[in-house]
Design a protein around this ligand. Sequence first.
Ligand code: MG
Length: 390
Amino acid sequence: MENKNMSQNRRQFLKSSVAAATAIAIPSMPLFSQRSKKQFNTSGKMKLSWTPYDLQLNHTFTISGFSRTTTPVVLIKIGYDGLEGYGEASLPPYLGETQASVIEFLKKTDLSGFTDPGHIEEIMVYVDGIAGGNTAAKAAVDIALHDLAGKMEGAPWYKIYGLDKYNVPDTTFTIGIDSDEVVREKTREALGRFNILKVKVGGADDKRMIEAIRSVTDLPLAVDANQGWKDRHQALDMILWLKEKGVVMVEQPMPKQDLDNIARLTEESPLPVFADESIQRLSDVERMKGVFSGINIKLMKCTGMHEAWKMRKLAYGLGMKVMMGCMTETSCAISAAAQLYAGMDFADLDGALLIGNDCFKGATLENGKIIASDQPGIGVKPVKELTFGR
Ligand code: MG
């Protein structure tokens, strides 16, 4: 627990950082105008390099339709005037990007026309225009720019945004579809570390999975159907049953394009219903109003922190709920997400906790919450030798 002085100091700091946060919304304006030009030679060049990396999952990961034991990622580094910014593209196979496609995209990304990594808006407009799609590749660049810009400012991004890093929702911890015995074992492993569990549903095993978890714990549960329920009446029956079992929210109950049926389901559902597969980017947010109760923002879907921040503000402006999600990722991308999710309704940021070979140290699990570090930028350090190249 923090003492009163620390809390007062933080409030004072947050007050003084409102100006910086306001500047984020204004394109083509230097983000950190108070920065000393002497300290940073803004005529320097940004050097982009990368390395492919395979994440080893602690447990075989099964959602409706897929099983896998690894997730490919591409880690990137942008060097600038003696500083290094880190970023990551996580590439679960069902989303279509690969290590090869990310590297191809990065080879086309020419940052030589920009003189200051703090001009994130301007740079990301360029990056987004290189080609369509490639959202994880774009997110990697965005995250590395944020890391650099925050390091130049000497502040972690949650402070620049004006957020209280402790005012965050508990992260869910995902229990994959498995035998009762394995489900009970995974649930026992989670006890004492997490305050809410997430269950992948949407198949024939739904009730069995929930009952297996309930034989071990009464912790609240979130469920993610990953579009698995095909019929609105079946979905509502399941939601009513799940509510009785202590489930508190439902993610993507039905196929992503079936918005009319989802809207009717959300209206009848006693639990909040969140969009995941139905929503990608900022331009999708507005049409989710009246269809879902809230949206799941993931950096890999929305091209990174700059757009995630805008999605968050727009969704709250529309009266919707917001959650922060993730893929299986290292602590690099998770730490980036941890900078901007304070005040959200739900969080699913267990991605780095599901892997055995995390190569970054950053945000940490504390009392069931993912808490950003106080290091500047996105707040990460590599914990093993990574060889970045082109
Ligand atoms: Mg989901």
